[in-house]
Structure formats: structure tokens, C-alpha cells
Design a protein around this ligand. Structure first.
Ligand SMILES: [Zn+2]
Length: 121
């Protein structure tokens, strides 16, 4: 099931996979990934207060960018920002991060606490 974060439309994509990465209802590109995500870049930095922030930039098959920002303290992180194709998406609508992103974050020694998935990417 695909999901549009712009108009909250859930839709099943009929036809060839991957889909084109646009919502059939409103035409927005702020929808779940088309095909698998691949890692474009990983940046991590630490604040003076001991909070680590890791940003994982990924791209899907339609070349849209998905930018996941995870904040972590003592090796435990959670998703705080998700930007799809330049638009910030409320993270409580996202649920879990994709396995590709979780793997990249784990490689930096941070375990993600996934909330109950509302919408898995
Ligand atoms: Zn839509």
C-alpha cells in the first residue's frame, strides 16, 4: 500500500513496479518510495549536550530524495525529521524507518526505537 503525505490518501498502485512516485489523487510527489531506497549519504554530528544527530539521505527509483534525521542519546535513536522530495513530513505518520536506513544508522552504533508503525515505508 502506498501513502501520500500531502493529502493522506492511501492507494494501491496498479501497473508496473516501481510506480512513478506521484499520488494519483493530488499529484504530489510526497509519497512512499517507488522501489527500494538506496543510500546517498550519511552525516553524523554530536552536540555539546551529548545528543547525536544522524542524517541519512536516500533516493528511490524515481530519483526522489528521502532524508531521515535521527536524534540519539546513549546509542538509542529515534526518527525526528523526514523530508521527502524537499517537503517535511510529520514523523508520527511514518512509523518505522526502512531497513536500509536502519542498517546505516546501526552501523554508526545507534539503535532505533521504532514506534508502533502507522505507515511503514
Ligand atoms: Zn495525494
Amino acid at each position: 500500500m502506498e501513502h501520500c503525505f500531502a493529502c493522506d490518501n492511501d492507494y494501491a498502485y496498479l501497473g508496473t513496479i516501481p510506480h512513478r512516485g506521484t499520488c494519483p489523487a493530488c499529484g504530489s510527489s510526497v509519497v512512499t518510495p517507488a522501489g527500494d531506497l538506496s543510500i546517498v549519504g550519511v552525516n553524523m554530528w554530536e552536540s555539546a549536550n551529548g545528543l547525536s544527530t544522524i542524517r541519512v539521505t536516500t533516493a528511490d527509483r524515481s530519483a526522489r530524495h528521502f532524508e531521515f534525521t535521527i536524534a540519539a542519546r546513549r546509542g538509542r535513536g529515534k526518527l525526528v525529521y523526514l523530508v521527502i522530495d524537499g517537503t517535511e513530513v510529520p514523523v508520527d505518520a511514518v512509523g518505522s524507518v526502512p531497513a536500509t536506513v536502519a542498517t546505516a544508522v546501526t552501523a554508526h552504533g545507534i539503535r532505533i526505537n521504532n514506534p508502533t508503525p502507522a505507515q511503514s515505508l
